[in-house]
Design a binder for this molecule. Structure first.
Ligand code: DHE
Length: 556
């Protein structure tokens, strides 16, 4: 069994020179442990810390910060100054800053090995170009063999595509009768589902970069095409502008750092564009990952947010051969975001800068960079009319126990536009998603990454009509208890609210352990009481839920 170590040569030299302390301090792993840790790092850590470990939502984990120096002391001047023991502790227990505890996810041995692994130089994954993509492309049912009209009687508008995080699947659930229509194999730890402009196709992106195209018109919806867009991905969207409906899809990858444009109904790759470039600070970055993507309704354009560089790209898809990109300088570590209610302004969290960036999709320029509390994390955010400040967009925070509201109406409420008009307390930090619906009077927020189980298992709900009053407090609802699931070791994190198409029900996922049976809790939005608990042995680790109508029309 060969050992992989940081500097085998250095150790040999050290031994020859008689400095045995060097070899004692040098982290090393067997080939097997290295390969297993590499997989765990990719599945659990790379999303926040980056494949090259330069840091983004998570801190830099390059050996200069993680590894003790050869004399056994820790690096000075950095924020981490770690070493094996402290790394193991952090991975086991998590941190206040939003890193989850892994003691109920990984074994002690895995934690020990991953702590060692991140003190070794990161292996660089291969590139993934056109030839690789074409070789991975599977057109399972070509367009001419697909139905020409909807073959089932399902109310497609109210279907939910539900991520089953740890099984590499999505469940399609009929929102009318709450029955699972089908469970489809997709990529590993699917991240999001997005709809084509017509509402016929669902595009599902796996963390492993596998893009799957689902045709809802079939009697039982099926995956009709797949392609491996890269090794690591989070975002996908489609061409939604008039005249381009269902024509193109675009997938952004974390690795390689690039986006790819596809034929909308086949996933045939048409063009790959690298996002490697210089950051807003003027430094070259080798891994600027594609975070959120949205489709403009003003122009044939996608808004593509590049995390590490802090650049927002407005990509004109009207002429793919002569592709035009507008590059907007904003703020670093762009992550998730959504449209304001008018769909003219896109608000995106620059989460590690504690800011929200506002882009005007009509004028194609930066409008504002709004300072907020620590680590805003909106999902797509929530739009509603505030009783005092007019139209606002709200976000919750990973790093602060508040909800932030930003004014979004520069015409009628110019004094409030692009300012934080109010913050209200939430039951804890570690919140990921807020949600409302144009027909609802409620604003909901989860807190699944809070280290305290009673907080992670509950949600906060606000009366929108009361937000103008002094001392607003939310109602806290223990949604995990509503599911009446058996006791488990893992926290039953309640995550991601999504409304049904008529806006009178709100759905929450119970994100439990990967072998625990789980559920989706459907709450009556008016009474805030449980309406149905969707249980099915196939529902394992449900997280994101995407209602066809709301996703198709960007309603949130
Ligand atoms: Fe997400 C959206 C990245 C962890 C559930 N997540 C997004 C988006 C990005 C992103 C860039 C925006 C996509 C878009 O709109 O085009 N997420 C990341 C990460 O890098 C991170 C922090 C770490 C990782 O390894 O992936 C991460 N995300 C998670 C989770 O652990 C969550 C809670 C559970 C899960 O399923 O993996 C999770 N992310 C989601 C969901 C959305 C999302 C449900 C879509 C929200 C929406 O309403 O649109």
């Amino acid at each position: 069994m060969k050992n992989i170590s940081m500097s085998a040569l250095g150790i040999a030299v050290g031994l020859v020179l008689g400095s045995s302390m060097v070899s004692a301090a040098e982290p090393s792993l067997s080939d097997e442990a290295f390969a297993a840790s590499k997989r765990i790092y990719f599945e659990r850590c790379a999303g926040c810390h980056g494949v090259l470990r330069k840091g983004a939502t998570g801190k830099s984990l390059e050996p200069s910060w993680t590894k003790k120096k050869d004399d056994g002391t820790v690096e000075e001047g950095g924020t981490l100054k770690l070493g094996q023991e402290r790394l193991e502790k952090i991975i086991t227990l998590g941190t206040e800053g939003g890193m989850v505890n892994y003691d109920d996810i990984l074994t002690k041995e895995e934690i020990k090995n991953i702590a060692t692994y991140i003190q070794l130089e990161p292996p660089v994954p291969p590139e993934w170009g056109m030839q690789d993509q074409l070789a991975s492309w599977k057109l399972i049912v070509p367009p001419e063999k697909r139905p020409t009209k909807q073959m089932s009687k399902i109310n497609l508008d109210n279907v939910f595509s539900v991520t089953l995080r740890d099984t590499g699947e999505v469940a399609l659930i009929d929102g009318d009768n709450k029955k699972v229509i089908t469970v489809l194999k997709t990529g590993y730890a699917v991240h999001i589902s997005r709809m084509s402009a017509s509402g016929r196709y669902i595009y599902v992106i796996g963390r492993d970069g596998l893009t799957s195209l689902v045709d809802l018109w079939m009697k039982t919806p099926e995956v009709v095409a797949t392609i491996k867009s890269g090794m690591d991905a989070r975002s996908v969207d489609t061409s939604k502008f008039k005249g381009y409906e269902d024509k193109y899809a675009v997938v952004g990858t974390y690795w390689p750092p690039q986006y790819t444009i596809y034929e909308g109904d086949t996933l045939k790759p048409l063009k790959i564009v690298s996002t490697r470039s210089v950051t807003v600070d003027g430094e070259y970055h080798p891994e600027p990952r594609v975070a959120s993507i949205v489709a403009s309704s003003f122009k044939p354009e996608w808004v593509i947010n590049i995390k590490e560089t802090g650049l927002v790209k407005l990509v004109d898809y009207s002429d793919i051969k002569n592709l035009k990109e507008i590059t907007i300088e904003s703020s670093k570590f762009l992550h998730d975001g959504g449209w304001d209610a008018s769909k003219r302004y896109f608000l995106v969290a620059a989460n590690m800068s504690n800011q929200v960036v506002v882009i005007d999709a009509k004028e194609g320029k930066l409008v504002a960079i709004v300072d907020t509390e620590k680590k805003p994390h909106p999902g797509r955010g929530a739009n509603f009319v505030h009783p005092k400040f007019g139209p606002v967009w709200a976000t919750s925070h990973l790093g602060a126990d508040v909800i932030t509201m930003i004014g979004t109406d520069p015409k009628k409420h110019p004094d409030n536009a692009w300012k934080v008009v109010q913050t209200v307390p939430i039951h804890g930090s570690g919140s990921l998603f807020v949600k409302t619906h144009p027909k609802s009077k409620n604003l909901w927020a989860d807190a699944p990454l809070n280290p305290e189980p009673s907080i992670a298992q509950s949600v906060a709900v606000y009366n929108i009509g009361d937000l103008g009053k002094e001392g607003v407090e939310p109602e806290i609802i223990d949604v995990a208890a509503m599911a009446e699931l058996p006791e488990t070791k893992a926290t039953k994190r309640v995550v991601h609210a999504e409304y049904n198409s008529t806006g009178d029900e709100v759905w929450f996922s119970i994100w439990a352990g990967k072998t625990d049976s789980s559920a989706i809790v459907v709450i009556d939005d008016k009474t805030r009481k449980v309406k149905t608990v969707i249980k099915d042995p196939r529902i394992i680790t449900p997280t994101g839920k995407f209602n066809v109508h709301n996703t198709q029309h960007d309603i949130y």
